[in-house]
Design a protein around this ligand. Structure first.
Ligand SMILES: *[C@@H]1O[C@H](CO)[C@@H](O)[C@H](O)[C@H]1NC(C)=O
Ligand SMILES: *[C@@H]1O[C@H](CO)[C@@H](O)[C@H](O)[C@H]1NC(C)=O
Ligand SMILES: *[C@@H]1O[C@H](CO)[C@@H](O)[C@H](O)[C@H]1NC(C)=O
Ligand SMILES: *[C@@H]1O[C@H](CO)[C@@H](O)[C@H](O)[C@H]1NC(C)=O
Ligand SMILES: *[C@@H]1O[C@H](CO)[C@@H](O)[C@H](O)[C@H]1NC(C)=O
Ligand SMILES: *[C@@H]1O[C@H](CO)[C@@H](O)[C@H](O)[C@H]1NC(C)=O
Ligand SMILES: *[C@@H]1O[C@H](CO)[C@@H](O)[C@H](O)[C@H]1NC(C)=O
Length: 871
């Protein structure tokens, strides 16, 4: 595969420099924002910064630039490998995908995908899944986990990588992100929140020699209230790394958009870790450094990913410091950020080195496949088993995500003596082998995950058929996606039909879908609709099980009388079988809820969330729908979807009652003033001696490997420029003077007062049915009427899941809304403001976004059930 990639890319030449900032629709501007704020100003990180800055003060120039970039694509065991500074005890860092398990290795768990954990609406499970993932990355010797993904958020229903994140709502994404970060980092692994930002489509995302990556053009309020929201929460949880997106925002590539990185991420959101590029997303050297990028991944120049040993950074960064273009404190801040994250997670203490290779499954191989055929060889895979008992939490997630959409006449649960007829190739493993397609780039057999860098290899795949076997069910399986003529339908049979919809990352095309679902649209794959209809024509009791990356259209058959039950099992990872059996046979009641809306037709969405097609020059993707994505849009337009966001049935029923609302922190229209920035390390501004960059004598280079040293003459020439009057042509508004922070900042995640609890809400959830089950209480906020901000009718702000409640049992759940939850982003004052301090906010609680009948009122201080649902 590596070779194929090398060959396919080697025909590319270095093109003329492409225009990096092109015209965008009127009104969208990419602001200049300099300098990059120094990190270290929040108390939670000060000790790590103290240690890191102490080391940085001792490093040579070449050691420092060595730490800010990868050593090249395929130049080490991991998907990203930084240079080291061994003299100071700093090893190479191993960066690896993510997000649902350790990519491209063995003896590791293929966890349920992000969308699946999102569908559980279970905070405790989100955290425990994160801990298990963290243990596996640590066990394989990975320093940096490339997850969680909260961008895309799922603005476009056809977007290829929505399934890597947690659902089409910022608050659901935010809890998914924050709890994954906390779980992973509790094991000492640095998590990476990605992709910053507005990376909502796969096609045309990348800059190439012929075309700029698309530009997402969006306004400031939408950015704050939707897209940046989950990043803020991940940062509040102390995430150690962030990855920028391939695309541009307002015409400026995310990898060098100074406003996005310097003002928003590092200042307003108080991000203390380091910012890395997505793989080959960097398109410049000096501009990206000035714009706040801290690490280039995997190190190579984007137009020549074939390994030629060329980089925008490494030796070029060394040169740019010597010639005075990149200020020394910018480099020092980047290195300090990287090392501070390393200390913050305790990686200076007994952290394992990588013991697997992302490049091969052989024991021995090229140490640097990119240096083929000259690479030294050695042991590259130690096959360490890191699974522990993580199958337990993986199965729990897969099970508790299963979302029952329809269940007529209690068709489910099944009884074990029912005769089953099972249809659809999705019920059984891919006959070619569960890992026969690299990066899961095919949809064959049980669909446990989408494709691309967000995939993992299955250690095993417990398929639905495996599950039926181990139950001892009576079933016949027709392993085809066409309805067979020989299934002998009988009236008492229950037919199970397995259907799928897949998507993934753009570098692989699967069945004509280029990452995004551009060709299949929101339809089931493999003629799934026809299979379901054919089965429904012959069987009276049909149960449809859908493995899907996101919304699919069910309209061709959902109302047929024989379609008795429908459930979404999302993307269960390796635990697709018994998790489903536990629900089908009623060991547990289903308790998943939709993390997105299922529409009746694709026409239901705003036009602006369609995929952007090929355009000469830079494709423009303009977010004219503003805040109105997914249910926010359907509600505004009064479009009844097939199944609303948050919908999910159980085998039992629940009531929500006896709610109370208690004011905690009094609201003011603007939040209390932020705390001042704490001290940051002081860095020298003096350009180091050229000798710090000289190649060591007799160094044994690896061919094409990226090094940070310069030839003596080269270093001396650069230093001479640095001492001359020649000045780099800095971008407009450039300055290297650190500034006090913006008003909306003040801590990790923003002004800490934004997270003050404004109201505590408690609600009693009672199991009013006759069988045990878990309920989810979803809390949506309705802003006061008459405010001057156009605001979605309802917005999810919190949720909690009960334990398993026996029939008749109740549990009191505690929910909360913060100041931020009741605020809007005011573009004029550049702050979060409460639009009507004494206004009546409706705090709606229920089991789905369209089933809200319990309302608390902030002005009355009371809660009442039996209200008409606001949507
Ligand atoms: C993009 O342009 C819009 C409209 O001028 C502006 O509100 C927003 O802040 C800009 N965003 C960025 C990241 O530059
Ligand atoms: C920096 O180098 C000095 C002199 O070699 C040494 O004493 C000190 O411990 C080093 N500091 C750190 C943080 O490595
Ligand atoms: C940069 O890292 C590489 C890989 O670990 C190492 O071989 C090289 O010596 C490092 N360079 C410096 C300046 O330390
Ligand atoms: C591989 O992992 C084990 C356990 O995590 C660790 O102890 C060991 O150091 C690693 N192997 C190598 C070669 O680093
Ligand atoms: C310094 O070096 C960098 C990296 O090669 C280059 O981009 C920049 O133009 C140089 N600056 C000057 C003033 O020559
Ligand atoms: C549910 O069951 C009842 C009683 O067997 C039957 O009359 C009714 O038609 C069924 N409803 C549906 C929608 O199948
Ligand atoms: C009502 O809620 C309160 C907590 O707010 C709880 O203490 C009480 O037991 C609940 N009452 C009922 C009848 O569920």
């Amino acid at each position: 595969m590596v070779l194929a990639l090398l060959l396919s890319l080697s025909s590319l030449a270095v093109g003329a420099a492409i225009d990096k900032r092109v015209a965008v629709p009127a009104g969208y501007v990419a602001l200049s924002s300099y300098p990059a704020p120094h990190g270290g100003w929040v108390p939670e990180w000060s000790e790590s910064y103290r240690k890191a800055a102490g080391v940085v003060a001792n490093l040579t120039l070449a050691e420092k630039t060595n730490l800010t970039a990868g050593t090249g694509i395929f130049m080490g065991r991991c998907v990203g490998n930084t240079g080291s500074a061994l003299r100071a005890g700093i090893p190479q860092l191993c960066l690896q995908d993510g997000p649902l398990g350790v990519r491209n290795t063995d003896h590791s768990t293929a966890f349920p995908a992000g969308i699946t954990i999102g569908a559980t609406f279970d905070k405790d499970l989100m955290r425990r899944r994160g801990e298990a993932i963290g243990e596996e990355f640590r066990g394989k010797g990975v320093n940096v986990y490339l997850g969680p993904s909260v961008g895309p958020i799922g603005r476009k229903p056809r977007g290829g990588r929505n399934w890597e994140g947690f659902g089409s709502d910022p608050v659901l994404q935010a809890y998914g992100a924050a709890l994954t970060v906390e779980g992973v980092q509790s094991k000492g692994v640095i998590a990476t929140i990605k992709h910053w930002i507005a990376n909502e489509q796969e096609m045309y995302r990348m800059y190439s020699i012929v075309q700029e990556g698309y530009s997402s053009n969006l306004d400031d309020r939408t950015l704050h209230e939707l897209y940046a929201w989950p990043f803020a929460e991940g940062i509040r949880s102390g995430v150690g790394a962030a990855m920028i997106a391939y695309n541009a925002v307002n015409g400026s590539a995310c990898s060098q958009n100074s406003y996005l990185i310097n003002t928003l991420l590092k200042d307003e959101l108080g991000f203390q870790g380091f910012v890395m590029s997505d793989w080959l997303a960097q398109i410049s050297g000096v501009p990206s450094a000035l714009a706040g990028l801290d690490m280039s991944m995997p190190g190579d120049i984007h137009t020549i990913p074939l390994v030629t040993g060329q980089s925008y950074w490494m030796y070029e960064y060394t040169r740019a410091v010597l010639n005075g273009s990149i200020p020394v404190d910018r480099l020092d801040d980047s290195v300090t950020r990287i090392l501070a994250a390393w200390y913050q997670m305790g990686q200076d203490q007994n952290y394992p080195e990588p013991n697997f290779s992302t490049n091969t499954q052989d024991t021995e191989g090229d140490l640097y496949p990119g240096a083929w055929p000259e690479s030294p060889k050695g042991v590259v895979n130690e096959f360490i088993d890191v699974q522990g008992d993580h199958a337990v939490v993986a199965k729990e997630v897969a099970r508790d995500a299963i979302t029952l959409l329809k269940n007529v006449n209690s068709t489910l649960p099944l009884s074990l003596d029912t005769t089953l007829k099972v249809f659809g190739t999705d019920a059984e493993k891919n006959p070619d082998g569960i890992n026969s397609c690299a990066d899961q780039g095919c949809n064959k057999g049980t669909l446990g995950m989408g494709w691309g860098s967000g995939s993992a290899r299955y250690p095993y795949l417990d398929s639905p058929i495996d599950g039926l076997k181990s139950r001892g069910a009576t079933y016949s399986f027709y392993n085809s996606d066409s309805f067979p003529s020989n299934s002998n339908p009988s009236l008492d049979d229950v037919a199970l039909v397995f259907v799928t919809a897949d998507s993934g990352e753009n570098y692989l095309t699967v069945e004509n879908d280029h990452g995004d679902r551009d060709s299949s649209k929101l339809n089931l794959w493999h003629n799934g609709d026809k299979l379901v209809k054919d089965v429904a024509a012959k069987y009276a009791n049909v149960v449809v099980i859908v493995h899907t990356v996101g919304p699919v259209l069910l309209e061709q058959w959902i109302d047929l009388p024989s379609i008795k039950a429908v459930l979404f099992a999302h993307l269960p990872g390796q635990e697709a079988g018994d998790s489903l059996m536990q629900v089908l046979y009623g060991d547990v009641s289903p308790s998943g809820h939709l993390p997105y809306t299922v529409p009746k037709s694709e026409e239901g969405y705003p036009n602006s969330v369609s995929l952007v097609g090929f355009q000469l020059g830079q494709p423009q993707d303009t977010y004219t729908e503003g805040l109105y994505i997914d249910y926010r849009h359907f509600n505004k337009e009064g479009i009844t979807p097939r199944y609303a966001f948050g919908h999910g049935l159980s085998y039992t029923t629940f009531s929500f009652s006896n709610a109370t609302i208690t004011p905690v922190t009094g609201l003011t229209s603007t939040p209390p003033a932020r705390p001042a920035k704490g001290p940051t390390p002081s860095y020298s501004t003096e350009i180091p001696a050229a000798s710090e960059a000289y190649w060591p004598d007799n160094f044994d280079k690896v061919w094409r490997y990226l090094y940070s040293w310069l030839d003596k003459s080269d270093a001396d020439n650069s230093a001479a420029i640095g001492k001359s009057t020649k000045v780099y042509p800095y971008p407009p508004g450039y300055s290297n003077k650190q500034t006090p922070g913006v008003a909306a900042g003040g801590a990790q995640g923003g002004n800490p007062a934004l997270f003050d609890v404004a109201y505590d809400i408690s609600v009693t959830v009672k199991n009013t049915g006759s069988t045990a089950g878990k309920a989810v209480a979803q809390l949506y906020v309705q802003y006061p009427s008459g405010i001057s901000f156009d605001t979605p009718i309802i917005q999810l702000r919190d949720f909690e899941k009960t334990k398993e409640l026996a029939a008749g049992e109740s549990e009191v759940l505690q929910l909360r809304v913060t100041r931020k939850d009741l605020s809007v982003w005011d573009v004029v004052s550049q702050n979060w403001i409460v639009p009507d301090v004494r206004g009546d906010y409706g705090i709606w609680i229920g089991g789905a976004s369209d089933a809200l009948t319990l309302k608390c009122s902030t002005s009355e201080g009371t809660c009442e059930s039996g209200q008409a649902s606001p949507v």
